[in-house]
Design a protein around this ligand. Sequence first.
Ligand code: LLP
Length: 426
Amino acid sequence: PRNVVRGPGGALAVAGLDVRDLAAEFGTPVYVLDEDDLRGRAREFRDAFPDADVYYAGKAFLCRAVVRMIAEEGLFLDVCSGGELATALSAGMDPARIGFHGNNKSVAELTRAVDAGVGRIIVDSFAEIDRLTALARERGVRPRVLVRVTVGVEAHTHEFIATAHEDQKFGFSLAGGAAAAAAFKILDEDVLELRGLHSHIGSQIFDASGFEVSARRVLALQAQIRDARGVELPELDLGGGFGIAYTTQDDPAAPHELAKRLRKIVDGECAAEKLAVPHLSIEPGRAIVGPAVFTLYEVGTVKDVDGIRTYVSVDGGMSDNIRTALYDASYSATVANRASAAEPMLARVVGKHCESGDIVVKDEFLPADVQPGDLVAVPGTGAYCRSMASNYNHVPRPPVVAVRDGRARLIVRRETEDDLLALDVG
Ligand code: LLP
């Protein structure tokens, strides 16, 4: 996070708060969210795309406090389940500023979304078009929809989080003609209002050319729809996926650079196709919340394995950050409670779970005198860490604490063993 400094004794302080005090007050592990950082990133996207709608992708991390923060910063919200929708609504998010995603939305979820009056539903299958049509007739409403188009771009990211190559579950294929067929089908249903096309090519993407190719292809479809039906769809959503720096090796583009490149492509393509420029939207999740959070752990054991490497075990692990185990993701770590003059040594930060893949940080140089009781901070854990946290080994999930101007505020409390046992009704 931006508002982190090393204090005089070498301990980290965030937004004016010493991490030792945060650990004492809230326990460890704890996700610490630098609220001004998150708000700042939200504003940067909004300012970089002044005439577009910026939807914060709630799947990255969602709780009521964050819904309010992003709403206050002028953002819209993308949800992809009944649970995320419920969280958004319970925080007072204007339903008209919510977009609803998902490749297998249930009838119950669609009903709730329609009844709540969400601003748009991004449809992902012919079955969903049928369900939504029936629902709209039954309820006497005319939901606004976008068609999710699979544009066939190979995004250079981990296979599991790339989403626009042909062979995968999301969206309607552009090449196979399904996307055009979906758009025509919706245009034929007078109870659905087709607002535009949508594409999302994947996540943690650094190469902006993927977005450019994708924009070109959806706009070609836009022109095809105009030629076939004489309608120009008024909106275009280019999705999220903007990469962030997890380690010093990563060099993400700033939002305004991305905006400039996307604008140029969209304007150029629209001019070439003689299309009116549609109203744009984007859906960044990771790039807004990811860098704003670090996880604070306490070291429990330090084990030197025959000169191969040193294993530093912390009091969390794959239950609060599955990304290293699942995607081979890279993180960094630092001893947070003190400075050390000891030599750096190659360490692996591991968790407390019962499997050897339970790695938080694969390789990091930590001071050779790191010891039980030290605090370790792992930055960049705002996105897809708490939101993908589990109770593996019946470990309760950590709390989220928002810090700002020298004050700490618990926004998601720590799960307790009672919480876990409350579900166990046998
Ligand atoms: N829009 C759509 C339709 C999406 O599916 C996603 C992410 C986003 C926007 C936001 O993408 P972002 O800006 O956060 O990259 N669990 C994985 C990431 C999964 C992303 C799923 N969809 C991870 O931890 O890397």
